[in-house]
Write a protein that binds this ligand. Structure first.
Ligand SMILES: Nc1ncnc2c1ncn2[C@@H]1O[C@H](COP(=O)(O)OP(=O)(O)OP(=O)(O)O)[C@@H](O)[C@H]1O
Length: 321
């Protein structure tokens, strides 16, 4: 069964998320840099072979943002998420979430961080919920562990309603569809009121329509609770579901897509999509693959500094482009 809700548009949800996040943080001026990665490096060593999974990744996410990280398989998405959620430790660089320094924090602090500061939704539905508990009991469990008692029961129902699966409260995961289970998992992940919610391919096992419902649940949670949400996915179509999408290529931030609400000449509000390349501190950037292909750019390019922009031309002397 699918519950059709009267869902506010993306721009309204963005505004609401920013207001709630500002209320949580104690002022709009405290929204900046809830998550900061600067020159983040992660090198794995297996049997003497080194794999550089992240090679100087830069990323800033403001409090109350809903951000998607996209990239091909092996680009380093899960590695970033594992570091940010406190499951893995970076080799070098800066990684800070909600004031916690993820490189230097003690084991005790890490445990507290994982229990109270961040929530997590995994791709495999079976990993998010206990099969022998009902949806409501699953949401209640983390609150019971932090001794919330009756208030916890009420909040569990509120959260299930918020993500649109209130009608599943008494069902066990086996009696729910994959999409319903993932929406329930979102409710479980925010039960203890974390500051940040991380989701690793939360819609990886779902069809397009069901995936859109799970994204709607993430947007609602972001807007209503002011929680910062970071979703990792290989699905680049996700850009239409969120305000900002960051693309990772070879362990580095390659480009960003922003969707912003603007009032057009006719007075009607519209969402405008813009793509940006990311410039690192050394001035390096990656041209989007589509641009490189369109002009058959290779080996070296000719740069010309103009008063308000930089021109990039083929370095091929005989080339006319
Ligand atoms: N524990 C590990 N030991 C050795 N190499 C690893 C380890 N974890 C990841 N890697 C390597 O690091 C690189 C990035 O992996 P990561 O899992 O972060 O990519 P991903 O973008 O999440 O890919 P996918 O979408 O397939 O999950 C890959 O080359 C991978 O083989």
């Amino acid at each position: 069964m699918t519950v059709v809700q009267d869902v506010p548009d993306l721009a309204t949800l963005q505004r609401r998320a920013a207001e709630r996040a500002a209320a949580r943080a104690g002022g709009a001026d405290r929204l900046r840099g809830h998550i900061v990665c600067d020159g983040l490096v992660r090198i794995f060593t297996t049997e003497g072979v080194e794999v550089v999974a992240l090679q100087g990744l830069d990323l800033v996410v403001d409090r109350g943002e809903l951000l998607a990280i996209v990239g091909a398989s092996g680009s380093g998405k899960s590695t970033v998420l594992n570091i940010l959620s406190g499951l893995d430790t970076p080799t070098a660089g800066i990684a800070r979430v909600a004031g916690y320094d993820l490189l230097t924090m003690s084991a005790r602090k890490r445990l507290r961080y994982r229990r109270h500061t961040v929530g997590f939704v995994w791709q495999q539905t079976g990993r998010n919920l206990l099969p022998y508990l009902s949806a409501r009991e699953n949401v209640e469990l983390p609150m019971r562990l932090s001794r919330r008692g009756r208030a916890g029961r009420r909040r569990a129902m509120e959260l299930l309603e918020m993500v649109g699966v209130g009608y599943c409260a008494d069902r066990r995961p086996g009696q729910m569809s994959g999409g319903e289970q993932q929406r329930c998992a979102v409710a479980v992940a925010v039960a203890n009121d974390p500051e940040v919610l991380f989701a690793d391919e939360p819609t990886g096992e779902l069809d397009e329509a069901t995936a859109a419902e799970v994204f709607a649940a993430l947007r609602t949670i972001n807007a209503e609770l002011g929680v910062t949400v970071v979703v990792v996915t290989h699905d680049s179509q996700v850009a239409s579901q969120v305000r900002r999408t960051v693309a990772i290529r070879d362990g580095r931030t390659a480009s960003e897509v922003h969707r912003t609400a603007r009032v057009g000449a006719d007075g009607v509000e519209e969402l405008v999509t813009e793509e940006y390349a990311v410039l690192d501190r050394a001035g390096r950037m990656q041209l989007p693959a589509g641009f490189v292909d369109a002009l058959a750019l290779r080996d070296r390019v000719k740069l010309t500094l103009e008063p308000d922009h930089v021109q990039v031309r083929s370095g091929d002397e005989g080339g006319t482009r």
